[in-house]
Design a protein around this ligand. Structure first.
Ligand code: NDP
Length: 251
């Protein structure tokens, strides 16, 4: 994308120790880097090292994946959440307003996706995670910011048949490996939900395979990945409307 726009810039990967995060932020400032993306496990802790989080929603979410350095002032953003919402709209034509979503997982991706769905006025969000305490923590966090949304943690999926689920979101890392099992048997649901899998690997996950066999609308996480990258690019460069070009690079 830098080449496409004729920008004198490079995008490089740095692997750092968790204990060095503060030093890494200082390096962004002292080396005058224009921006960085952060990934697991740094997104939450990053909020402690930026000077400003301009968007209320990003501040509430409490996890950053994009930093912009403007004259030595570090601004933090979360583009995962918006990338997910764009992907839902464009690839599944799904509007969360008034809908019920089942989120599988309660990690960083789940947090961004749940915030996105609540922000887009989903009526009910159910969260199920292998470690129920983590789901309960996410529910508490969301409840504080979206009192009008019905948000519930599910320790088990046993009673799920009585729910009218419109969207199933896999936000776990199950599916990364080709022989991973699906995080849910879609046949235990009563309706015909759309299925969003955060995994963007080249192979089709077991979840998406089953969704395909059942004729459900489904999509993998590549669109979210491309959209979050495009939004970060726009934040750093001031360019706009680059999502289609970024998506073309990812496909
Ligand atoms: P986290 O480590 O924060 O969370 C991992 C989640 O997966 C937890 O809910 C964890 O449950 C669950 N999990 C892991 N292994 C298993 C298992 N064997 N069985 C059931 N649940 C399991 O990671 P992230 O949330 O940051 O990332 C999750 C996935 O999303 C990754 O594969 C990542 O690549 C992808 N991702 C994709 C993005 C995109 O743009 N498409 C953006 C961000 C992430 P528990 O709490 O019990 O450990």
């Amino acid at each position: 994308m830098f080449k496409k726009f004729g920008l004198n810039a490079v995008y490089l990967a740095f692997e750092i120790e968790k204990s060095s995060l503060g030093l890494a932020f200082e390096a962004v400032r002292s080396l005058n880097m224009q921006g960085v993306n952060l990934t697991i496990p740094f997104k939450e802790e990053a909020v402690n090292f930026v000077d400003e989080i301009p968007e209320d929603l990003d501040r509430a979410l409490g996890a950053l994946n994009t930093i912009a350095n403007r004259d030595g002032v570090l601004y933090g953003y979360n583009t995962d959440m918006r990338g997910f919402l764009f992907s839902l709209k464009e690839e599944l034509s799904f509007n969360p307003e008034g809908k019920t979503a089942l989120i599988l997982g309660a990690g960083g991706a789940a947090r961004a996706m749940a915030f996105g769905l609540a922000h887009a006025r989903a009526e009910r969000i159910l969260i199920h995670n292998r470690t129920p305490e983590r789901a309960a923590g996410l529910v508490d966090h969301l409840d504080k910011h979206f009192p009008e949304t019905d948000i519930k943690g599910l320790d088990y999926l046993d009673g799920i048949k009585s729910e009218n689920i419109h969207l199933v979101v896999n936000s776990t890392s199950l599916g990364l490996k080709e022989n991973d099992e699906s995080p849910i048997d879609l046949k235990i649901l009563s309706g015909r939900p759309d299925v969003y899998d955060v995994i963007y690997s080249a192979h089709e996950t077991a979840l998406l395979k089953q969704a395909g066999q059942m004729g459900l609308k489904k999509v993998n996480g590549l669109g979210m990945l491309a959209n979050q990258a495009a939004l970060a690019f726009e934040i750093w460069t001031g360019k706009s409307g680059v999502r289609e070009q970024m998506k073309a690079l990812f496909s």
